[in-house]
Design a protein around this ligand. Structure first.
Ligand SMILES: Cc1ncc(COP(=O)(O)O)c(C=O)c1O
Length: 382
């Protein structure tokens, strides 16, 4: 039976392995505190839930790929308040079913393999979906390492002229999963200029812009020139709405027009009741502030623990993740396996890319009580 070689050639999605290990431990009746995956467990604001309920009617037809005008306006309003940037709701923005599907399929929108634009450039360690989407679209994939000594920014000078010529799509993700690093506007300015010079598409995955603990991070939308630029954002982390599946893409109107043409083929318009809930979510900052404060408290407790036990937090000032250095000579998988034996799940950095070796990632999603219990365990075993 024909099955895509991309599928058969894939290793198990690393988090599946983590989940299996956790399930086995739970089956033995032992507690597992799961810092493995970044699925927020903060409650969704009741006003958002109410808007979802109120949005369900007796008959719901197919949602349109362009989304409800109210949602596009709500997104434009949020981008304006947050980044001081004016979007035209009709031409600069399109809603997505969470950002994962949009990130996955975006290579299909921009690749021109026959025309010589056959390469997707990404950074590693990182969120694996862009790579998977590029592979399924038949692209060549080039991964640039994110190294601590470069502030977890890719070395753009290391990209060859041949790669620039062939690049269709360049993905960046700041605030970064897994390193927590943020990027200055100057970084986006340089990449934006390169995108115009070499005519590739710059895609900025900004899923974590709202989870910050020092300065609010910038957006690539703050660039003066949006030529070849699109930004992906989502309510998943900001509003603890992973289960709703709601995000947006905004930027260069030519790319938004291409998405309006592409997306009806895929059938990924968000359900109307989800869009109505999303209008409420983008319009409110109070619940986001509460979530940020909850993460800040957990972050504080863990950073104090790391100080006490002499573990180095290598990561940056944003996201729900802590990117922690392992001791010299200890692999990330060995450390994660050791911690799992004591009931604490973390993601080994090596699962997230070759340059992730030497680090583990804590996703600060368990409750404050669970965090305190985990810290009591880690006090002895980290
Ligand atoms: C970097 C990054 N981008 C995008 C996403 C996708 O989020 P969603 O599909 O829930 O919007 C995630 C989820 O973990 C992520 O870590």
């Amino acid at each position: 039976m024909p099955i895509s070689p991309i599928l058969t050639g894939q290793a198990t999605y690393p988090f599946v392995r983590l989940n299996e290990a956790a399930t086995a431990r739970r089956a033995e009746g032992l507690e597992v505190i799961d810092f493995g995956m970044g699925d927020p467990r903060e409650p969704t604001d009741p006003r958002i839930i109410e808007a979802l309920r109120a949005g369900v009617r007796e008959r719901m037809g197919y949602p349109a790929a362009v989304g409800l005008p109210e949602l596009r306006e709500a997104v434009a309003g949020w981008v304006d308040r947050r980044f001081g940037v004016a979007l035209d709701p009709d031409t600069h923005v399109i809603p997505t079913l969470g950002s994962k599907e949009a990130i996955f399929s975006f290579a299909q929108v921009v690749l021109d393999i026959a025309g010589g634009r056959d390469t997707v450039v990404l950074t590693e360690p990182g969120y694996p979906v862009g790579v998977r989407g590029a592979q399924f679209a038949g692209a060549l994939v080039e991964e640039l390492p994110l190294l601590e000594e470069n502030g977890f920014l890719p070395d753009l000078d290391a990209v060859s002229p041949e790669t620039w010529r062939r690049t269709a799509l360049f993905w960046v993700n700041y605030p970064n999963n897994p390193t927590g690093a943020t990027a200055p506007l100057a970084f986006y300015e340089r990449l934006g200029a390169l995108a115009r010079e070499h005519d590739f598409v710059l895609a900025s995955d900004e899923a974590y812009t709202e989870l910050w603990f020092a300065e609010p991070p910038v957006s690539a939308l703050q660039l003066d020139d949006w030529t070849n630029l699109v930004v992906f954002n989502t309510l998943s982390k900001r509003s603890s709405m992973t289960g709703y599946r709601s995000g947006f893409v905004a930027g260069d109107p030519a790319l938004i027009a291409a998405l309006k043409q592409f997306r009806p083929n895929v059938g990924t318009a968000p359900q109307e009741f989800v869009q109505r809930a999303s209008v409420v979510a983008w319009g409110d900052e109070e619940h986001v502030g509460r979530a940020r404060a909850a993460y800040a408290e957990k972050r504080r407790l863990f950073l104090e623990l790391f100080d006490r036990v002499g573990v180095r937090n290598a990561g940056g000032p944003a996201t729900m993740y802590l990117w922690t250095a392992t001791s010299r000579g200890v692999t990330s998988e060995a450390l994660a396996t050791h911690l799992l034996a004591h009931g604490v799940i973390v993601a080994p950095g090596a699962f997230l890319g070759d340059s992730g070796e030497g680090y583990i990632r804590f996703a600060l999603v368990p409750t404050l009580d669970e965090c305190r219990r985990a810290i009591a365990i880690l006090e002895d075993v980290l």
